[in-house]
Design a protein around this ligand. Structure first.
Ligand SMILES: Nc1ncnc2c1ncn2[C@@H]1O[C@H](COP(=O)(O)OP(=O)(O)OP(=O)(O)O)[C@@H](O)[C@H]1O
Length: 612
């Protein structure tokens, strides 16, 4: 089972496994580069020796040039391969995390700020790349160079090496402590940067509200506070990072001083040749780069590990298919659902059977609801705000699962249907439908990109969009702007209806727009809904009387229960709440419109309803 399915942790070992081959080559090249580097002081020692003996200089010079070139070429190639692996790993991690996010339950998304998720997928993964690039191969190769250098130095002069290591050990201990603190600091900083991303997203997604509330100043200050937090914690990381390389440098400088003092005195007393001393000093010199690299890589590794902790949380996010993180919300819900197939009448498409449901650990919202939805016709859900109407749609689309009882489609528990099948059979149009930037056609085709031209035209016709599209500057190819801003509210909803119709669903769920539509748009939408309901089930949360009055059946929802059901006339005659809703839920404007047009249209006078 892959990490994606199991919700397991991101492990560096697993991440680099697909790139083992390329990494092995990179490390082998690194070893060659390290050997070429390690041979250079010997070559220089040879050169010094040859100069001392007045011998031919060409051989040591040619060897040295060869070693320099080999070192540079192989080192460059190795660095490219390692960087490439880092990029590949980051791409894989981003792809996996994006998949987890797209398949996460809607509840998980409700509970996590999208800006923070964005920061994790985009920027935390970059830290991971730096850690992998710097830490993995670079660290391995640098450590090899350090080890190789030390081995040669032990052969050259064990006493001098002992003194060198002693001077370096204090620096190494401090480096280790700094690196440990760096991880905590980096984790804190990543959290603050994520919070900044979340707040920025919050502001940008409510830009109109901010403007009409004259809150630009306030929001900027609020974001400024977040930026200060990110700045402060970032400084913490920077300080610790900045201390790593100098710590190693100081250790090296002290060891240089010690080696020079002790070495020169041994050369003076004849205990060591000048060539040996030169080689030893050069080896020490050559240790500088890898030691500094190891120390900075250690810092980057710690930051990468801090990022991995945050990426892990995304990886374990609860999934709609049930592969869930430990203790996540989705895991705790829906435990008692699914009792297999149940028998429903031939005319029944969907059925709620004694459904109880509450969001997460919150109070119960639906209290044992039972009702049927026939295969065709319009079922209108009406009821006071907060009574549970949208929650019914949430359970029909399986964004959530009942705590007990069953929701069935054609007799099968929706929890047992494959999600793509369920979402293909049940189309859902939100009250404020999401329109993606792109053209009208792209938006309509979004749920079924392979639909034929004829199917597309039919969906457009059914959604009563023909005139709207004809009036657009580029017809179907008109760009709708960010969030469909170039379309009106009613047009956006009809585009969303067409999008769902193109999937040819058995049932269309519609959270009717509450925005005021002009009477033409309202009539068009009403006709659209009724046209669609002739051949399939339509369940609409009805906000407009015109929809309610013409519904084939109306369910009156109150306090999480179905209080009454029937047609408009039946409910007017029998249900007090329905009468109240008819009286109060309709806007004054609509009532006036109904009053003034009652004699010219078939729509019943609302005042007379009031009196009923
Ligand atoms: N995602 C959620 N998490 C927690 N509680 C929720 C969530 N969505 C709705 N609720 C709660 O569930 C109850 C029913 O909400 P629901 O949205 O189903 O009502 P509604 O009848 O559709 O209301 P409205 O007509 O105002 O849209 C409310 O008390 C609401 O606060």
């Amino acid at each position: 089972m892959s990490a994606e399915q199991s919700g397991a942790s991101l492990r560096v070992r697993d991440l680099v496994r697909p790139y083992r081959g390329i990494l092995t080559v990179a490390i082998a090249l690194g070893v060659v580069a390290a050997l070429a580097s390690l041979a250079q002081p010997m070559g220089i020692g040879w050169l010094v020796d040859t100069v001392g003996r007045d011998g031919g200089l060409w051989s040591p010079i040619a060897l040295l040039i060869g070693l320099f070139c080999l070192d540079a070429f192989v080192g460059g190639l190795q660095s490219y391969l390692v960087g490439r692996t880092g990029e590949s790993v980051v791409r894989d991690v981003r792809f996996t995390l994006t998949g987890r996010l797209l398949r996460a339950t809607r509840r998980e998304h409700e509970e996590r700020p999208s800006g923070d998720l964005h920061a994790r997928v985009v920027t935390d993964t970059s830290l991971l790349k730096a850690a992998l690039t710097q830490s993995l191969a670079t660290m391995v190769v640098s450590a090899l160079m350090v080890l190789g250098g030390i081995l040669i130095m032990v052969v050259l002069d064990p006493l001098l090496l002992g003194l060198t290591l002693l001077s370096l050990s204090v620096a190494a201990a401090v480096t280790f402590l700094l690196a440990r603190r760096l991880r905590g600091a980096a984790q804190l900083n990543r959290g603050r940067v994520g919070a900044l991303g979340a707040d920025l997203n919050r502001a940008l997604s409510a830009i109109t509200t901010i403007k009409v509330s004259r809150a630009e100043e306030r929001e900027q200050r609020r974001l400024g506070t977040r930026m200060d937090e990110a700045y402060r914690t970032g400084l913490g990381v920077t300080k610790l990072n900045a201390m790593l390389a100098p710590t190693v440098s100081v250790g090296l400088q002290i060891s240089f001083a010690v080696v020079f003092a002790v070495g020169m005195s041994r050369v003076a007393t004849g205990g060591m040749s000048i060539a040996e001393f030169t080689s030893f000093v050069l080896y020490l010199f050559y240790l500088i780069t890898p030691l500094v690299t190891v120390s900075t890589a250690l810092g980057q590794l710690q930051q990468g590990l801090a990022a991995i902790t945050r990426l892990d949380e995304v990886l374990r996010i609860g999934q709609e298919d049930g592969s869930v993180a430990e203790g996540s919300v989705a895991e705790s819900s829906g435990g008692e659902t699914g009792t297999g197939n149940t028998t429903t009448g031939a005319g029944t498409l969907a059925r709620f059977e004694d459904v109880r449901f509450g969001y997460g650990t919150g109070p119960e919202v639906l209290h044992g609801m039972t009702f049927d939805i026939p295969r065709s016709g319009l079922t209108a859900l009406v009821g006071p705000s907060g009574s549970g109407k949208s929650t019914i749609l949430t359970l029909l689309t399986r964004f959530d699962r009942p705590d007990s009882g069953t929701v069935t489609l054609d007799g099968t528990d929706v929890g047992e249907l494959e999600l793509p099948e369920l979402r293909g059979r049940v189309g859902y149009v939100q009250q404020d439908p999401a329109i993606l930037s792109g053209t009208v056609e792209e938006n309509i085709r979004y749920a079924n990109p392979d639909a034929s031209r004829a199917e597309l035209d039919e969906a457009v016709r059914l959604a009563d969009l023909e005139d709207v599209i004809a009036a657009l500057p580029d017809g179907m190819s008109t760009e709708v702007g960010q969030h469909g801003s170039k379309l009106s509210g009613g047009q956006r909803q009809r585009v969303a209806i067409a999008r769902m119709l193109l999937t040819n669903p058995d049932m269309l769920l519609l959270d009717e727009a509450t925005a005021q539509l002009d009477s033409n748009s309202e009539n068009a939408l009403r006709d659209t809904i009724h046209g669609i309901a002739e051949h399939r089930a339509v369940v609409a949360i009805a906000h407009r009387m015109s929809t309610v009055i013409e519904a084939d059946r109306i369910l009156v929802v109150e306090g999480g229960s179905i209080r009454a059901r029937g047609t408009h006339e039946e409910l007017l005659a029998t249900d007090e709440l329905y009468r109240t809703l008819v009286r109060t839920d309709i806007s004054d404007e609509e009532r006036q419109r109904a009053d003034s047009s009652a004699e010219e249209t078939d729509t019943p006078r609302l005042m007379s309803s009031k009196g009923a």
